[in-house]
Design a protein around this ligand. Structure first.
Ligand code: FAD
Length: 428
C-alpha cells in the first residue's frame, strides 16, 4: 500500500490510492513487456529542431544528455520501406486519408487506412504542426533510458516556468514563497496565444485537470531521475538516490506532486481504456512476425483486463468537462495553451530530456485527443461514440503506451523509495 498516501484520488470517481496501487500491480508487468517490443521501442522524433522562443538557446554538452540514434539497419524494415516509397508523409496526404476515414467506412477498412497514414502524429488537435519529415530520426528508447542527465539550473527552470505559465498561474506548493522557482524569472516568450492567468482559487475543473496532468508528468520525470541516478561517474555506477528523492517527491510537503502523478496515471489509463477497441485491432507491424504477434496479444491482454472494467476504478470521467456555456471557448483556450507547451519542448536544452519530453507531451496530446476531441478539429464538442472516427497514428500509439508505462513505473518507484526513506528515517 502506498506510503503516506491514503484516501481518494481527487477528481477520479472514487478511486483510492490503494485501488490504483492494486491496479498498477496488474497493469505494470504488461506495460513493461509492451515497451520492450520492436513496435514500441522505436520512436521517430526531431530532437535537433531550433528553439523558437529564446535567442540565447544552447544545448548541454554533458555525456549523459546525448541521444544515440538508430543505425538505418536497426529500424524496422517495413517502416523503412514505407518511407522509401514516399509513404504518406505530408499534411495533404494525411488530410486526404482522414477524409476517407469516416463513420460510413467499415472498421476494418478504417483500420487499414489508419495504418496507411504514416507515423508522425498529424491531425492531432493538441499538437503543434510538425516540422519537415527529413528532420526526424529513429531512436531506440531502450538504449536511451529516461534517467538522471545533469540537466538542471536556470535553463531547465526556464522551461518548467514557461510550461506552467501556459496553463496556470501559480505553483501549488504549500510554500511557494520559498520556492526557487519564482515567477519573477518568467521568460519573455513569444507564443501564438496569450497565456492563461488565473489565481488558483478561481481555477475551474478543466484548468485544474490540465495543471495536474503537467505536474504529474513533471513528478514522473522526477521519479525517473531519483530512481536512476548517476551515483559514481568514474565507475559508471547507477542506482537510486534517496536524498534526491526526498528533495523532489519524498517530503510530506511535496505530497501534492505525487497526488498529481496518480491523477495523471488514471487520466492516461482512461484514454488507453477508451481507445482499447482500436488498440486491440491495431496492426503492430514491424516485419518481425513472431514479435509482432506477441505485441498484439499483449495489447489485447492489457486493454481487456477485467480490472479495467468500469465501476471503480473508472479512472476519470471526461464527460464532466466542457459542460458550461463557455465549454467550447474554454476547450479552445486550453488547446492553445497545450499546443504552446508542445512548442516549448523544442527549447529543452538536453537531447535526452527533449526526447522524453517530446514523447510524453505527444502521449498526453494523444490521451487528450482520445478523450476530448472530435478528430476533425472542427470546433464541435466530442460526440459519443468518438471512436467511430478516431484515427491514431503510429507515433501517437507509441507515445501513449510509453507514457502510461512511464507513469506506471513512477508509481512503483515512489512506493519503493518512500518505503526505503521511511525505514531510513525511522532508523536515524
Ligand atoms: P525542477 O524539477 O526543475 O522543478 C522546478 C520547480 O518546479 C520546483 O522548484 C518546484 O517549484 C516546481 N515543481 C517541481 N516539481 C513539480 C511538480 N511535480 N508539480 C508542480 N511543480 C513542481 N533531468 C534529468 O536528469 N533527466 C531527464 O530525463 C530530464 N528530463 C527533463 C524533461 C523536461 C521536459 C524538462 C523541462 C527538464 C528535464 N530534466 C531532466 C530536468 C529536471 O526536470 C529538473 O529541471 C532538474 O533536475 C532540476 O531539478 P530541480 O530540483 O531544480 O527542480
Amino acid at each position: 500500500e502506498s506510503c503516506k498516501l491514503s484516501g481518494h484520488v481527487d477528481e477520479c470517481c472514487n478511486c483510492t490510492y490503494q485501488d490504483v496501487d492494486r491496479l498498477n500491480a496488474v497493469v505494470q508487468p504488461l506495460l513493461r513487456q509492451l515497451v520492450r517490443t520492436a513496435f514500441f521501442r522505436y520512436f521517430k522524433v526531431n530532437i535537433y529542431c531550433d528553439c523558437p522562443l529564446w535567442p540565447d538557446d544552447s544545448m548541454c554538452s554533458l555525456r549523459a544528455c546525448s541521444v544515440c540514434e538508430c543505425e538505418q539497419a536497426e529500424v524496422p524494415q517495413t517502416w523503412r520501406r514505407e518511407e522509401e516509397e514516399g509513404w504518406c508523409n505530408t499534411n495533404q496526404c494525411a488530410a486526404e486519408l482522414d477524409s476517407r476515414v469516416d463513420s460510413t467506412v467499415d472498421p476494418d477498412t478504417a483500420l487499414r487506412l489508419l495504418n496507411l497514414k504514416g507515423w508522425r502524429g498529424f491531425n492531432n488537435p493538441w499538437m503543434a504542426e510538425p516540422e519537415g519529415a527529413d528532420d526526424y530520426q529513429y531512436v531506440n528508447l531502450l538504449i536511451n533510458p529516461e534517467r538522471y542527465t545533469g540537466y538542471a539550473g536556470e535553463h531547465a527552470h526556464r522551461i518548467w516556468n514557461a510550461i506552467y505559465s501556459q496553463i496556470c498561474f501559480q505553483q501549488q506548493s504549500p510554500s511557494p514563497a520559498t520556492s526557487s522557482f519564482s515567477s519573477s524569472s518568467l521568460p519573455t516568450i513569444s507564443l501564438a496565444v496569450p497565456t492563461i492567468s488565473l489565481a488558483s482559487d478561481q481555477m475551474c475543473t478543466e484548468k485544474r485537470v490540465f495543471y495536474r496532468l503537467i505536474s504529474g508528468m513533471h513528478a514522473s520525470i522526477s521519479a525517473h531521475i531519483s530512481a536512476n541516478y548517476l551515483l559514481d561517474e568514474e565507475r559508471g555506477l547507477w542506482g537510486h538516490n534517496l536524498t534526491d528523492f526526498r528533495k523532489r517527491l519524498g517530503s510530506p510537503e511535496l505530497r501534492y506532486r505525487v497526488e498529481n502523478l496518480y491523477f495523471a496515471y488514471l487520466f492516461v489509463l482512461r484514454a488507453v481504456t477508451k481507445a482499447g477497441p482500436l488498440l486491440a485491432r491495431y496492426e503492430y507491424v514491424t516485419g518481425l512476425e513472431e514479435e509482432d504477434a506477441a505485441t498484439a496479444a499483449l495489447m489485447k491482454q492489457l486493454v481487456e483486463l477485467p480490472e479495467l472494467r468500469p465501476s471503480c476504478p473508472m479512472p476519470f470521467d471526461e464527460g464532466r468537462l466542457w459542460k458550461g456555456s463557455d465549454g467550447l471557448a474554454l476547450r479552445e483556450e486550453l488547446r492553445s495553451a497545450f499546443i504552446n507547451i508542445t512548442r516549448i519542448m523544442d527549447c529543452v536544452g538536453c537531447e535526452k530530456c527533449k526526447l522524453w519530453g517530446k514523447l510524453q507531451t505527444l502521449g498526453v496530446a494523444t490521451a487528450l485527443k482520445v478523450l476530448f476531441s472530435s478528430s476533425d478539429c472542427s470546433g464541435t464538442l466530442p460526440t459519443s461514440p468518438v471512436l467511430s472516427t478516431l484515427v491514431l497514428e503510429r507515433n501517437e500509439v507509441i507515445a501513449l503506451v510509453n507514457l502510461l508505462e512511464r507513469f506506471s513505473a513512477s508509481i512503483e518507484y515512489y512506493r519503493h523509495l518512500s518505503e526505503e526513506l521511511q525505514a531510513l528515517e525511522g532508523a536515524e
